[in-house]
Design a protein around this ligand. Structure first.
Ligand code: PGA
Length: 257
C-alpha cells in the first residue's frame, strides 16, 4: 500500500506573503528529494486551498481541507461544504480532528454526517480517532477507539469503506511532544483493522489506510511509522517547516526503497 504523509497546517499562514513564502519553500525543498514514492497531502486553511491546489502540481502531491460542513449548500452562515473544497482542487479532507472535538463539540454523530457528505462528493476523508490520557490510564484505549469508529461509520455505504483513511491520534500526543511507543501504536492499528475485518470482511478492510498522528517529526518517525504495517502519518506542527516535513517524506521514501 502506498504510504500517505499528511500535513495539517491548522490555523497558520496568516498573510498572502507568508503563504507564498511557504509554497516557494515547499516547491524548492520538494525538488531536492531524490525521488518521491509516498503520497503527500497538505491541508491549509480554507482561504489558501485554491492557491495550494494551483501551485502544488507535483506528482503524488495533493491538497486537503481541515474540515467541512455536512450539507452541500444553503443557509448555513460561516460554513464551507465538501463540494466547495472539492471545486477548488481538494482531494482530501480531515474530519473529526481532536481540536474540533474539543473546541467545537464535534461528536460522533457530527463526524458521521460530515463523513457521509465527503464520501458522497468523492473527497477522501481522513477520519481522526483517539483516546484521552485518562482513558489510556484506565486501560480503555481499545474500547474508546472501537466506539468512535462505530459511531463514525454508521450507515456509511459498504462500497465507500475502502476509500476512508483513519488517523489514530491519541489526544494526549497531539501538540505535546509526547508519543506512544511503537508497540502501543501497533496495538491500536491492529484493533482498528480487526474491527474493520469483522464488520466488512478482509478484502475491503485491508484497503483502508491507518495513519498515526500526534507530535510526529523526523527524529521520531522511525518509532511511529517504520513498522511495515503502518500506512503513514498525520503531521501537525512540523508540516509548517517544509524542510522538516519533507525530511519525514524522505525517510519513508528510503524505507520503501
Ligand atoms: P502535532 O499535531 O503534530 O503538532 O502534534 C498533529 C495533528 O494535529 O494532527
Amino acid at each position: 500500500m502506498q504510504k500517505l504523509v499528511v500535513g495539517n497546517l491548522k490555523m497558520n499562514l496568516l498573510t498572502i506573503a507568508e503563504r507564498d513564502c511557504y509554497l516557494e519553500a515547499f516547491q524548492r525543498d520538494f525538488e531536492k528529494l531524490s525521488k518521491n514514492s509516498v503520497e503527500i497531502v497538505l491541508c491549509p486553511p480554507f482561504v489558501h486551498l485554491e492557491k495550494f491546489a494551483e501551485k502544488l502540481k507535483m506528482k503524488n502531491v495533493f491538497v486537503g481541507a481541515q474540515n467541512i460542513f455536512w450539507e452541500d449548500r444553503g443557509s448555513y452562515t460561516g460554513e464551507v461544504s465538501s463540494l466547495m473544497v472539492k471545486n477548488v482542487g481538494s482531494k482530501y479532507v480531515i474530519l473529526g480532528h481532536s481540536e474540533r472535538r474539543k473546541y467545537f463539540a464535534e461528536n460522533g454523530e457530527v463526524v458521521n454526517a460530515k463523513l457521509k457528505a465527503a464520501l458522497q462528493d468523492n473527497l477522501i476523508p481522513i477520519v481522526c480517532v483517539g483516546e484521552s490520557q485518562i482513558e489510556r490510564n484506565d486501560g480503555e484505549t481499545a474500547k474508546v477507539i472501537v466506539q468512535q469508529i462505530d459511531q463514525r461509520l454508521k450507515d456509511v455505504p459498504i462500497s465507500k469503506i475502502s476509500e476512508i483513511v483513519f488517523a489514530y491520534e491519541p489526544i494526549w500526543a497531539v501538540g505535546s511532544d509526547v508519543i506512544p511507543t511503537g508497540d502501543n501504536i501497533l496495538e491500536v492499528k491492529i484493533t482498528i483493522r480487526k474491527m474493520l475485518v469483522e464488520k466488512y470482511g478482509s478484502s475491503l478492510a485491508e484497503k483502508v489506510k491507518i495513519l498515526y498522528g500526534g507530535s510526529v517529526n523526523s527524529k521520531n518517525i522511525n518509532q511511529v511509522c517504520l513498522d511495515p504495517q503502518m500506512d503513514g502519518v498525520l503531521v501537525g506542527r512540523e508540516s509548517l517547516i517544509p524542510n522538516e516535513f519533507l525530511k519525514i517524506v524522505e525517510i519513508l521514501n528510503n524505507h520503501i526503497a
